[in-house]
Design a protein around this ligand. Structure first.
Ligand code: GDP
Length: 552
Protein backbone atom coordinates (compact mmCIF):
# COMPACT_ATOMS: atom_id res chain seq x y z
CA UNK A 1 0.00 0.00 0.00
CA UNK A 2 2.99 2.31 0.37
CA UNK A 3 2.60 3.10 -3.35
CA UNK A 4 -0.39 5.33 -2.67
CA UNK A 5 0.14 8.98 -3.60
CA UNK A 6 0.48 11.76 -1.05
CA UNK A 7 -3.08 13.01 -1.39
CA UNK A 8 -4.56 9.52 -0.99
CA UNK A 9 -3.05 9.48 2.48
CA UNK A 10 -4.88 12.65 3.57
CA UNK A 11 -8.03 12.80 5.61
CA UNK A 12 -9.55 16.23 6.24
CA UNK A 13 -12.13 15.61 8.89
CA UNK A 14 -14.38 17.34 11.36
CA UNK A 15 -15.63 16.04 14.65
CA UNK A 16 -19.22 17.09 15.15
CA UNK A 17 -21.58 16.67 18.04
CA UNK A 18 -24.22 18.01 20.35
CA UNK A 19 -22.55 20.08 23.07
CA UNK A 20 -21.25 17.89 25.91
CA UNK A 21 -21.24 14.69 23.84
CA UNK A 22 -17.46 14.67 24.29
CA UNK A 23 -16.12 16.21 21.11
CA UNK A 24 -13.38 18.17 22.87
CA UNK A 25 -12.34 15.20 24.97
CA UNK A 26 -12.31 12.96 21.91
CA UNK A 27 -10.26 15.47 19.91
CA UNK A 28 -7.79 15.66 22.71
CA UNK A 29 -7.55 11.86 22.90
CA UNK A 30 -7.02 11.69 19.16
CA UNK A 31 -4.12 14.10 19.53
CA UNK A 32 -2.80 12.01 22.41
CA UNK A 33 -2.87 8.78 20.42
CA UNK A 34 -1.45 10.36 17.31
CA UNK A 35 1.51 11.35 19.44
CA UNK A 36 1.18 15.08 19.00
CA UNK A 37 0.65 15.81 22.65
CA UNK A 38 1.98 13.83 25.52
CA UNK A 39 -0.37 14.47 28.37
CA UNK A 40 -4.06 15.11 28.19
CA UNK A 41 -5.67 17.71 30.39
CA UNK A 42 -9.36 17.52 31.15
CA UNK A 43 -11.72 19.92 29.47
CA UNK A 44 -13.11 21.52 32.60
CA UNK A 45 -9.75 22.77 33.88
CA UNK A 46 -9.20 24.60 30.63
CA UNK A 47 -6.04 22.89 29.47
CA UNK A 48 -7.28 21.53 26.16
CA UNK A 49 -4.79 21.77 23.35
CA UNK A 50 -7.31 22.44 20.59
CA UNK A 51 -8.87 25.45 22.25
CA UNK A 52 -7.31 28.74 21.31
CA UNK A 53 -9.05 31.64 22.92
CA UNK A 54 -9.01 32.49 26.63
CA UNK A 55 -12.79 32.56 26.83
CA UNK A 56 -12.98 29.06 25.41
CA UNK A 57 -10.92 27.94 28.35
CA UNK A 58 -13.07 29.84 30.81
CA UNK A 59 -16.28 28.54 29.38
CA UNK A 60 -15.12 25.05 28.60
CA UNK A 61 -16.75 25.24 25.20
CA UNK A 62 -15.09 25.23 21.86
CA UNK A 63 -15.99 28.28 19.87
CA UNK A 64 -13.64 28.61 16.97
CA UNK A 65 -12.77 26.09 14.31
CA UNK A 66 -9.10 25.50 14.71
CA UNK A 67 -7.39 23.11 12.31
CA UNK A 68 -4.88 20.65 13.67
CA UNK A 69 -2.66 18.22 11.82
CA UNK A 70 -1.92 14.75 13.20
CA UNK A 71 -0.50 11.52 11.79
CA UNK A 72 -1.79 7.97 12.11
CA UNK A 73 -0.75 4.59 10.72
CA UNK A 74 -3.58 2.09 10.80
CA UNK A 75 -2.70 -1.20 12.39
CA UNK A 76 -4.84 -3.45 10.18
CA UNK A 77 -6.41 -3.68 6.80
CA UNK A 78 -5.42 -2.34 3.42
CA UNK A 79 -3.64 0.78 4.76
CA UNK A 80 -1.80 -0.97 7.61
CA UNK A 81 1.54 0.59 8.46
CA UNK A 82 1.19 3.58 6.11
CA UNK A 83 1.27 6.98 7.86
CA UNK A 84 -1.76 9.12 7.06
CA UNK A 85 -2.10 12.83 7.64
CA UNK A 86 -5.31 13.60 9.47
CA UNK A 87 -6.28 17.28 9.50
CA UNK A 88 -8.88 17.84 12.17
CA UNK A 89 -11.16 20.82 11.85
CA UNK A 90 -12.77 21.44 15.18
CA UNK A 91 -16.46 22.18 14.76
CA UNK A 92 -18.25 23.94 17.62
CA UNK A 93 -21.25 22.24 19.16
CA UNK A 94 -23.06 25.24 20.58
CA UNK A 95 -26.12 26.17 18.60
CA UNK A 96 -25.10 29.85 18.41
CA UNK A 97 -22.10 28.80 16.40
CA UNK A 98 -23.75 26.71 13.73
CA UNK A 99 -22.35 29.18 11.24
CA UNK A 100 -18.88 28.07 12.29
CA UNK A 101 -19.99 24.50 11.73
CA UNK A 102 -21.16 25.37 8.22
CA UNK A 103 -17.83 26.96 7.53
CA UNK A 104 -15.92 23.82 8.48
CA UNK A 105 -18.36 21.57 6.65
CA UNK A 106 -17.64 23.50 3.48
CA UNK A 107 -13.95 22.63 3.56
CA UNK A 108 -13.75 19.20 5.17
CA UNK A 109 -14.08 15.92 3.33
CA UNK A 110 -15.52 13.65 6.00
CA UNK A 111 -16.70 13.75 9.59
CA UNK A 112 -16.93 11.79 12.80
CA UNK A 113 -20.31 12.33 14.44
CA UNK A 114 -20.05 11.87 18.20
CA UNK A 115 -23.04 10.80 20.28
CA UNK A 116 -23.48 10.42 24.02
CA UNK A 117 -24.30 6.72 24.57
CA UNK A 118 -26.82 7.58 27.28
CA UNK A 119 -28.67 10.09 25.07
CA UNK A 120 -28.40 8.83 21.51
CA UNK A 121 -29.34 11.51 18.99
CA UNK A 122 -29.86 14.92 20.65
CA UNK A 123 -31.39 18.05 19.07
CA UNK A 124 -28.09 19.67 18.14
CA UNK A 125 -26.68 16.42 16.81
CA UNK A 126 -29.68 16.37 14.52
CA UNK A 127 -29.12 20.00 13.44
CA UNK A 128 -25.46 19.40 12.59
CA UNK A 129 -26.31 16.12 10.87
CA UNK A 130 -28.70 17.94 8.54
CA UNK A 131 -26.07 20.59 7.82
CA UNK A 132 -23.60 17.82 6.93
CA UNK A 133 -26.27 16.31 4.64
CA UNK A 134 -26.55 19.63 2.84
CA UNK A 135 -22.83 19.68 2.20
CA UNK A 136 -22.77 15.99 1.22
CA UNK A 137 -20.23 15.08 3.91
CA UNK A 138 -19.56 11.33 4.37
CA UNK A 139 -19.67 10.32 8.02
CA UNK A 140 -18.81 7.67 10.54
CA UNK A 141 -20.43 7.64 13.98
CA UNK A 142 -18.77 7.25 17.38
CA UNK A 143 -21.02 6.36 20.28
CA UNK A 144 -19.06 7.89 23.13
CA UNK A 145 -19.44 7.61 26.91
CA UNK A 146 -19.99 3.83 26.86
CA UNK A 147 -18.71 3.91 30.46
CA UNK A 148 -21.41 6.31 31.65
CA UNK A 149 -24.46 5.35 33.71
CA UNK A 150 -27.33 4.83 31.27
CA UNK A 151 -25.05 4.03 28.31
CA UNK A 152 -27.01 2.05 25.74
CA UNK A 153 -25.37 1.09 22.44
CA UNK A 154 -28.45 -0.40 20.81
CA UNK A 155 -30.66 2.55 21.73
CA UNK A 156 -28.07 4.96 20.32
CA UNK A 157 -27.70 2.94 17.13
CA UNK A 158 -31.48 2.82 16.68
CA UNK A 159 -31.80 6.55 17.32
CA UNK A 160 -29.33 7.25 14.49
CA UNK A 161 -31.47 5.06 12.23
CA UNK A 162 -34.79 6.49 13.31
CA UNK A 163 -34.12 10.15 14.01
CA UNK A 164 -31.50 10.75 11.36
CA UNK A 165 -32.82 8.28 8.80
CA UNK A 166 -29.30 6.97 8.23
CA UNK A 167 -28.38 3.41 7.42
CA UNK A 168 -26.29 3.02 10.56
CA UNK A 169 -24.19 -0.12 10.41
CA UNK A 170 -22.48 -1.32 13.59
CA UNK A 171 -18.87 -2.28 12.85
CA UNK A 172 -18.23 -2.95 16.53
CA UNK A 173 -20.15 -4.39 19.45
CA UNK A 174 -19.27 -3.09 22.93
CA UNK A 175 -18.47 -5.69 25.58
CA UNK A 176 -20.44 -4.50 28.57
CA UNK A 177 -21.90 -1.08 29.25
CA UNK A 178 -21.58 1.54 32.00
CA UNK A 179 -18.93 0.56 34.56
CA UNK A 180 -18.81 -2.89 32.95
CA UNK A 181 -17.61 -1.52 29.62
CA UNK A 182 -14.40 -3.44 29.04
CA UNK A 183 -13.85 -4.03 25.36
CA UNK A 184 -15.12 -4.15 21.81
CA UNK A 185 -15.82 -6.89 19.32
CA UNK A 186 -14.47 -5.85 15.92
CA UNK A 187 -17.24 -7.16 13.66
CA UNK A 188 -15.19 -6.79 10.48
CA UNK A 189 -12.35 -8.97 11.71
CA UNK A 190 -14.40 -10.93 14.27
CA UNK A 191 -11.78 -10.34 16.94
CA UNK A 192 -12.14 -9.09 20.48
CA UNK A 193 -10.28 -6.13 21.93
CA UNK A 194 -10.01 -6.09 25.72
CA UNK A 195 -9.05 -2.80 27.32
CA UNK A 196 -6.40 -3.42 29.88
CA UNK A 197 -4.99 -0.21 31.27
CA UNK A 198 -5.53 3.46 31.92
CA UNK A 199 -3.79 4.72 28.78
CA UNK A 200 -5.83 3.00 26.12
CA UNK A 201 -3.86 -0.26 26.20
CA UNK A 202 -5.69 -3.25 24.83
CA UNK A 203 -5.07 -6.85 24.01
CA UNK A 204 -6.51 -8.70 21.07
CA UNK A 205 -8.16 -12.08 21.15
CA UNK A 206 -8.98 -14.22 18.16
CA UNK A 207 -12.31 -15.40 19.50
CA UNK A 208 -15.54 -13.72 20.50
CA UNK A 209 -16.77 -14.43 24.08
CA UNK A 210 -19.62 -16.97 24.23
CA UNK A 211 -22.08 -14.65 25.94
CA UNK A 212 -22.04 -12.13 23.09
CA UNK A 213 -21.35 -14.48 20.19
CA UNK A 214 -24.98 -14.64 19.08
CA UNK A 215 -25.42 -10.86 19.09
CA UNK A 216 -22.11 -10.32 17.34
CA UNK A 217 -23.07 -12.76 14.59
CA UNK A 218 -26.45 -11.12 14.06
CA UNK A 219 -24.83 -7.68 13.78
CA UNK A 220 -22.14 -9.03 11.46
CA UNK A 221 -24.77 -10.44 9.17
CA UNK A 222 -26.40 -7.01 8.99
CA UNK A 223 -23.00 -5.54 8.20
CA UNK A 224 -22.50 -8.05 5.38
CA UNK A 225 -25.96 -7.28 3.97
CA UNK A 226 -25.15 -3.56 3.92
CA UNK A 227 -21.76 -4.29 2.32
CA UNK A 228 -23.39 -6.54 -0.31
CA UNK A 229 -25.71 -3.70 -1.30
CA UNK A 230 -22.78 -1.55 -2.37
CA UNK A 231 -20.22 -4.11 -3.57
CA UNK A 232 -20.74 -6.74 -6.24
CA UNK A 233 -18.02 -9.10 -5.05
CA UNK A 234 -19.50 -9.19 -1.54
CA UNK A 235 -22.98 -9.58 -3.03
CA UNK A 236 -21.88 -12.60 -5.07
CA UNK A 237 -20.37 -14.37 -2.09
CA UNK A 238 -23.39 -13.46 0.01
CA UNK A 239 -26.02 -14.83 -2.38
CA UNK A 240 -23.95 -17.98 -2.91
CA UNK A 241 -23.94 -18.46 0.85
CA UNK A 242 -20.12 -18.31 0.94
CA UNK A 243 -19.97 -16.06 3.97
CA UNK A 244 -16.65 -17.49 5.13
CA UNK A 245 -15.10 -16.33 1.84
CA UNK A 246 -15.92 -12.69 2.57
CA UNK A 247 -12.60 -11.23 3.66
CA UNK A 248 -11.66 -8.28 5.84
CA UNK A 249 -10.47 -6.47 2.66
CA UNK A 250 -13.86 -7.12 1.03
CA UNK A 251 -15.73 -5.59 3.94
CA UNK A 252 -13.44 -2.57 4.35
CA UNK A 253 -13.65 -1.86 0.61
CA UNK A 254 -17.44 -2.14 0.62
CA UNK A 255 -17.92 -0.08 3.78
CA UNK A 256 -15.62 2.58 2.38
CA UNK A 257 -17.61 2.73 -0.87
CA UNK A 258 -20.88 2.87 1.08
CA UNK A 259 -19.60 5.66 3.34
CA UNK A 260 -18.26 7.69 0.41
CA UNK A 261 -21.53 7.39 -1.49
CA UNK A 262 -23.36 8.21 1.77
CA UNK A 263 -25.51 5.11 1.57
CA UNK A 264 -24.34 3.91 4.97
CA UNK A 265 -22.74 5.12 8.18
CA UNK A 266 -20.30 2.81 10.02
CA UNK A 267 -20.91 2.98 13.77
CA UNK A 268 -18.19 2.56 16.41
CA UNK A 269 -18.26 2.83 20.17
CA UNK A 270 -15.97 3.75 23.02
CA UNK A 271 -15.19 6.09 25.85
CA UNK A 272 -13.07 9.10 25.00
CA UNK A 273 -12.73 9.91 28.66
CA UNK A 274 -11.36 6.46 29.53
CA UNK A 275 -9.27 6.37 26.35
CA UNK A 276 -11.12 3.29 25.12
CA UNK A 277 -11.75 2.73 21.44
CA UNK A 278 -9.91 5.82 20.15
CA UNK A 279 -7.23 3.91 18.19
CA UNK A 280 -9.95 1.87 16.47
CA UNK A 281 -11.76 5.08 15.58
CA UNK A 282 -8.57 6.43 13.99
CA UNK A 283 -8.24 3.24 11.95
CA UNK A 284 -11.84 3.77 10.81
CA UNK A 285 -11.13 7.39 9.82
CA UNK A 286 -8.43 6.13 7.45
CA UNK A 287 -10.40 3.09 6.26
CA UNK A 288 -13.79 4.68 5.62
CA UNK A 289 -13.52 8.46 5.22
CA UNK A 290 -12.52 9.97 1.88
CA UNK A 291 -9.17 11.33 0.77
CA UNK A 292 -9.36 14.64 -1.14
CA UNK A 293 -8.62 12.63 -4.29
CA UNK A 294 -11.83 10.61 -3.81
CA UNK A 295 -13.92 13.72 -4.33
CA UNK A 296 -14.93 15.40 -7.57
CA UNK A 297 -12.85 18.37 -8.76
CA UNK A 298 -13.89 21.60 -7.03
CA UNK A 299 -16.14 23.92 -9.02
CA UNK A 300 -15.99 27.68 -9.28
CA UNK A 301 -16.67 30.64 -11.55
CA UNK A 302 -14.29 32.61 -13.71
CA UNK A 303 -14.54 36.06 -12.07
CA UNK A 304 -16.74 38.54 -13.86
CA UNK A 305 -18.31 35.86 -16.07
CA UNK A 306 -20.97 33.19 -15.83
CA UNK A 307 -18.43 30.65 -16.97
CA UNK A 308 -17.86 27.68 -14.71
CA UNK A 309 -14.37 26.39 -14.01
CA UNK A 310 -13.19 23.30 -12.19
CA UNK A 311 -9.89 22.66 -10.51
CA UNK A 312 -8.38 19.20 -10.10
CA UNK A 313 -6.83 18.26 -6.76
CA UNK A 314 -3.35 17.89 -8.20
CA UNK A 315 -0.12 19.72 -7.39
CA UNK A 316 0.49 20.98 -10.92
CA UNK A 317 -2.92 22.52 -11.64
CA UNK A 318 -3.30 26.32 -11.06
CA UNK A 319 -3.48 27.14 -7.36
CA UNK A 320 -6.89 27.77 -5.82
CA UNK A 321 -7.64 27.95 -2.10
CA UNK A 322 -10.59 28.98 0.05
CA UNK A 323 -10.25 31.08 3.20
CA UNK A 324 -12.43 29.40 5.77
CA UNK A 325 -11.25 30.94 8.98
CA UNK A 326 -9.34 33.97 10.19
CA UNK A 327 -7.84 34.58 13.55
CA UNK A 328 -5.72 37.42 14.78
CA UNK A 329 -2.64 36.96 16.81
CA UNK A 330 -0.92 39.75 18.71
CA UNK A 331 2.52 38.74 17.48
CA UNK A 332 1.96 37.71 13.89
CA UNK A 333 -1.18 39.57 12.80
CA UNK A 334 -3.77 37.78 10.69
CA UNK A 335 -3.66 34.01 10.61
CA UNK A 336 -5.63 32.95 7.57
CA UNK A 337 -6.74 29.33 7.42
CA UNK A 338 -6.88 27.97 3.90
CA UNK A 339 -8.15 24.84 2.28
CA UNK A 340 -6.01 24.28 -0.79
CA UNK A 341 -8.15 22.70 -3.49
CA UNK A 342 -5.67 22.61 -6.32
CA UNK A 343 -2.09 23.39 -7.25
CA UNK A 344 0.85 24.39 -5.09
CA UNK A 345 1.01 27.55 -2.99
CA UNK A 346 4.48 28.82 -2.16
CA UNK A 347 5.49 31.23 0.56
CA UNK A 348 6.30 34.60 -0.93
CA UNK A 349 4.18 34.21 -4.08
CA UNK A 350 1.46 36.59 -5.17
CA UNK A 351 -2.12 35.39 -5.51
CA UNK A 352 -5.27 37.10 -6.69
CA UNK A 353 -8.26 37.67 -4.44
CA UNK A 354 -11.10 38.04 -6.99
CA UNK A 355 -13.40 39.43 -4.27
CA UNK A 356 -11.28 42.59 -4.04
CA UNK A 357 -9.63 42.34 -7.45
CA UNK A 358 -6.33 42.80 -5.64
CA UNK A 359 -3.17 40.79 -5.64
CA UNK A 360 -1.86 39.69 -2.28
CA UNK A 361 1.46 38.31 -1.24
CA UNK A 362 1.43 35.15 0.84
CA UNK A 363 4.07 35.79 3.47
CA UNK A 364 4.60 32.61 5.43
CA UNK A 365 2.85 29.27 5.38
CA UNK A 366 2.41 26.87 8.24
CA UNK A 367 0.75 23.74 9.48
CA UNK A 368 -0.83 23.92 12.90
CA UNK A 369 -0.13 21.01 15.16
CA UNK A 370 -1.67 20.65 18.57
CA UNK A 371 1.27 22.12 20.40
CA UNK A 372 3.34 23.87 17.75
CA UNK A 373 3.30 25.59 14.40
CA UNK A 374 5.35 24.11 11.59
CA UNK A 375 6.57 26.59 8.99
CA UNK A 376 6.77 25.22 5.44
CA UNK A 377 7.83 26.66 2.10
CA UNK A 378 4.86 25.31 0.15
CA UNK A 379 1.48 23.68 0.59
CA UNK A 380 -0.39 21.51 -1.88
CA UNK A 381 -3.78 20.43 -3.12
CA UNK A 382 -5.64 18.75 -0.26
CA UNK A 383 -3.76 20.64 2.46
CA UNK A 384 -5.30 22.67 5.22
CA UNK A 385 -2.77 25.30 6.21
CA UNK A 386 -2.42 28.73 7.75
CA UNK A 387 -1.00 31.73 5.88
CA UNK A 388 0.49 34.89 7.36
CA UNK A 389 0.95 38.23 5.69
CA UNK A 390 -2.38 38.46 3.85
CA UNK A 391 -3.99 41.81 4.53
CA UNK A 392 -7.23 42.26 2.66
CA UNK A 393 -8.96 38.92 2.83
CA UNK A 394 -12.17 37.88 4.50
CA UNK A 395 -13.54 34.53 5.44
CA UNK A 396 -15.11 33.01 2.35
CA UNK A 397 -12.68 34.62 -0.13
CA UNK A 398 -10.85 32.60 -2.77
CA UNK A 399 -7.13 33.01 -3.42
CA UNK A 400 -6.22 31.97 -6.91
CA UNK A 401 -3.59 32.00 -9.60
CA UNK A 402 -3.61 35.56 -11.07
CA UNK A 403 -3.24 34.03 -14.54
CA UNK A 404 -6.06 31.53 -14.07
CA UNK A 405 -8.47 33.28 -11.70
CA UNK A 406 -11.38 31.40 -10.17
CA UNK A 407 -13.95 32.13 -7.48
CA UNK A 408 -14.76 29.01 -5.51
CA UNK A 409 -18.27 28.68 -4.28
CA UNK A 410 -18.32 30.76 -1.16
CA UNK A 411 -19.95 30.05 2.13
CA UNK A 412 -23.56 30.96 2.77
CA UNK A 413 -24.10 33.20 5.77
CA UNK A 414 -27.55 33.52 7.29
CA UNK A 415 -28.94 36.81 8.56
CA UNK A 416 -28.03 37.64 12.16
CA UNK A 417 -30.82 37.31 14.68
CA UNK A 418 -29.58 39.04 17.83
CA UNK A 419 -28.58 42.69 18.21
CA UNK A 420 -26.59 44.53 20.83
CA UNK A 421 -25.52 48.17 21.23
CA UNK A 422 -21.91 48.82 22.21
CA UNK A 423 -20.29 51.98 23.35
CA UNK A 424 -16.71 52.84 24.24
CA UNK A 425 -16.33 53.73 27.91
CA UNK A 426 -14.52 56.93 26.99
CA UNK A 427 -14.05 58.84 23.71
CA UNK A 428 -10.36 57.97 23.88
CA UNK A 429 -11.23 54.30 23.58
CA UNK A 430 -13.33 54.76 20.47
CA UNK A 431 -10.54 54.17 17.91
CA UNK A 432 -9.55 50.96 19.68
CA UNK A 433 -13.17 49.82 19.72
CA UNK A 434 -13.53 50.52 16.02
CA UNK A 435 -10.27 48.77 15.19
CA UNK A 436 -11.27 45.71 17.24
CA UNK A 437 -14.72 45.48 15.69
CA UNK A 438 -13.31 45.90 12.21
CA UNK A 439 -10.94 42.98 12.70
CA UNK A 440 -13.47 40.75 14.41
CA UNK A 441 -15.97 41.33 11.61
CA UNK A 442 -13.35 40.39 8.99
CA UNK A 443 -12.76 37.14 10.84
CA UNK A 444 -16.39 36.33 11.27
CA UNK A 445 -18.85 37.06 8.47
CA UNK A 446 -21.80 36.12 10.67
CA UNK A 447 -20.97 39.18 12.80
CA UNK A 448 -22.29 42.47 11.45
CA UNK A 449 -21.22 45.84 12.74
CA UNK A 450 -23.14 48.98 11.91
CA UNK A 451 -24.19 52.38 13.17
CA UNK A 452 -27.87 53.10 13.73
CA UNK A 453 -28.55 56.27 11.73
CA UNK A 454 -31.12 57.59 14.22
CA UNK A 455 -29.52 56.85 17.54
CA UNK A 456 -25.90 56.92 16.39
CA UNK A 457 -25.29 53.77 18.40
CA UNK A 458 -22.79 51.15 17.28
CA UNK A 459 -24.79 47.97 16.79
CA UNK A 460 -23.51 44.41 16.73
CA UNK A 461 -25.65 41.75 15.13
CA UNK A 462 -24.93 38.05 15.46
CA UNK A 463 -26.22 34.52 15.59
CA UNK A 464 -27.11 34.36 19.27
CA UNK A 465 -26.50 35.91 22.65
CA UNK A 466 -23.45 33.80 23.36
CA UNK A 467 -22.00 34.73 19.99
CA UNK A 468 -22.15 38.45 20.85
CA UNK A 469 -21.01 37.85 24.41
CA UNK A 470 -17.88 36.25 23.01
CA UNK A 471 -17.30 39.25 20.73
CA UNK A 472 -17.52 41.64 23.68
CA UNK A 473 -15.18 39.38 25.65
CA UNK A 474 -12.68 39.35 22.83
CA UNK A 475 -12.81 43.14 22.59
CA UNK A 476 -11.74 43.22 26.21
CA UNK A 477 -9.11 40.47 26.21
CA UNK A 478 -7.57 40.99 22.78
CA UNK A 479 -8.04 44.70 22.14
CA UNK A 480 -8.14 46.02 25.70
CA UNK A 481 -11.49 47.76 25.19
CA UNK A 482 -14.04 47.73 27.97
CA UNK A 483 -17.20 48.22 25.95
CA UNK A 484 -20.48 49.19 27.57
CA UNK A 485 -23.27 47.06 26.18
CA UNK A 486 -27.00 47.47 26.16
CA UNK A 487 -30.13 46.80 24.21
CA UNK A 488 -30.21 48.83 21.02
CA UNK A 489 -32.51 51.83 21.23
CA UNK A 490 -34.14 50.74 18.02
CA UNK A 491 -35.45 47.59 19.53
CA UNK A 492 -36.48 49.51 22.65
CA UNK A 493 -38.38 52.02 20.58
CA UNK A 494 -40.13 49.25 18.68
CA UNK A 495 -41.24 47.67 21.92
CA UNK A 496 -42.39 51.00 23.16
CA UNK A 497 -44.36 51.72 20.03
CA UNK A 498 -46.13 48.44 20.51
CA UNK A 499 -46.92 49.32 24.10
CA UNK A 500 -48.26 52.75 23.22
CA UNK A 501 -50.34 51.33 20.40
CA UNK A 502 -51.82 48.69 22.62
CA UNK A 503 -52.63 51.16 25.35
CA UNK A 504 -54.16 53.53 22.84
CA UNK A 505 -56.43 50.85 21.39
CA UNK A 506 -57.50 49.85 24.83
CA UNK A 507 -58.38 53.46 25.65
CA UNK A 508 -60.31 53.84 22.40
CA UNK A 509 -62.39 50.80 23.17
CA UNK A 510 -63.06 51.52 26.80
CA UNK A 511 -62.87 55.20 27.44
CA UNK A 512 -63.72 58.57 26.07
CA UNK A 513 -61.75 61.71 25.47
CA UNK A 514 -59.48 62.66 28.29
CA UNK A 515 -58.29 59.12 28.61
CA UNK A 516 -55.31 60.02 26.47
CA UNK A 517 -53.85 61.34 29.61
CA UNK A 518 -53.45 57.77 30.77
CA UNK A 519 -51.44 56.83 27.74
CA UNK A 520 -49.24 59.79 28.21
CA UNK A 521 -48.78 59.20 31.91
CA UNK A 522 -48.07 55.52 31.54
CA UNK A 523 -45.69 55.44 28.63
CA UNK A 524 -44.70 58.95 27.69
CA UNK A 525 -41.69 59.32 29.96
CA UNK A 526 -40.13 56.13 28.65
CA UNK A 527 -41.01 57.10 25.09
CA UNK A 528 -39.39 60.48 25.56
CA UNK A 529 -36.31 58.80 26.98
CA UNK A 530 -36.08 56.68 23.88
CA UNK A 531 -36.02 59.78 21.74
CA UNK A 532 -39.60 59.68 20.39
CA UNK A 533 -41.02 63.08 19.50
CA UNK A 534 -44.32 64.13 21.04
CA UNK A 535 -46.94 66.28 19.43
CA UNK A 536 -49.89 67.98 20.97
CA UNK A 537 -53.10 66.20 20.33
CA UNK A 538 -56.30 68.24 20.14
CA UNK A 539 -58.17 65.68 22.14
CA UNK A 540 -56.19 66.56 25.18
CA UNK A 541 -53.13 64.37 25.31
CA UNK A 542 -49.90 64.14 23.53
CA UNK A 543 -48.68 61.11 21.67
CA UNK A 544 -45.46 60.39 19.88
CA UNK A 545 -45.40 61.87 16.38
CA UNK A 546 -44.21 58.58 14.94
CA UNK A 547 -47.31 56.88 16.27
CA UNK A 548 -49.86 59.22 14.84
CA UNK A 549 -50.23 57.39 11.53
CA UNK A 550 -49.94 54.02 13.23
CA UNK A 551 -52.82 54.48 15.62
CA UNK A 552 -55.33 56.47 13.65
P1 GDP B 1 -18.06 18.78 23.98
O1 GDP B 1 -18.96 19.85 24.50
O2 GDP B 1 -18.76 17.89 23.02
O3 GDP B 1 -16.74 19.25 23.50
O4 GDP B 1 -17.81 17.80 25.23
P2 GDP B 1 -16.59 17.70 26.22
O5 GDP B 1 -15.47 16.95 25.62
O6 GDP B 1 -16.35 19.04 26.79
O7 GDP B 1 -17.20 16.72 27.32
C1 GDP B 1 -18.34 17.06 28.08
C2 GDP B 1 -18.29 16.33 29.41
O8 GDP B 1 -18.42 14.93 29.18
C3 GDP B 1 -16.97 16.53 30.17
O9 GDP B 1 -17.27 16.62 31.54
C4 GDP B 1 -16.20 15.26 29.86
O10 GDP B 1 -15.29 14.92 30.88
C5 GDP B 1 -17.32 14.23 29.76
N1 GDP B 1 -16.96 13.11 28.89
C6 GDP B 1 -16.39 13.16 27.67
N2 GDP B 1 -16.20 11.92 27.18
C7 GDP B 1 -16.66 11.06 28.11
C8 GDP B 1 -16.73 9.64 28.19
O11 GDP B 1 -16.30 8.90 27.31
N3 GDP B 1 -17.30 9.13 29.33
C9 GDP B 1 -17.77 9.91 30.34
N4 GDP B 1 -18.31 9.30 31.39
N5 GDP B 1 -17.71 11.25 30.29
C10 GDP B 1 -17.16 11.82 29.21
Amino acid sequence: MSRSTRIERYRNIGIMAHIDAGKTTLTERVLFFTGRIHSTGEVHDGSTEMDWLPQEKQRGITITSAATTAFWSPRHGPSAGTPHRINILDTPGHVDFTIEVERSLRVLDGAVAVFDASQGVEPQSEAVWRQADRYGVPRIAFINKMDKVGADFVMSLESIRERLGARAVAVQLPLGEESEFRGLVDLVRMKTLHFDGEAGEYREELSVPEDVRQRAETLRLRLIEAAADVDDAVMEKFVDGRLEDITEEDLVRALRAGTLSRTLVPVLAGSAFKKKGVQMLLDAVVDYLPAPSDLPAVEGLVPGTEQRASREPTDDSPPAALVFKMMSDKNVGNIVFLRVYSGTLRAGTVLLNPATGKRERVGRLMFMHANRREEVSEVHAGDIAAALGLKNVRTGDTLSDPEAPVVLESLGFPEPVVHLAVEAKSPAELPKLEEGLHRLAAEDPSLRVGVDPESGQVLLSGMGELHLEVVVDRLRTEYGVEARVGQPKVAYRDTLKRAVRQEYRHVRQTGGPGQYARVVLDVAPAARGAGLVFVDDTKGGSIPRELVPAIQ
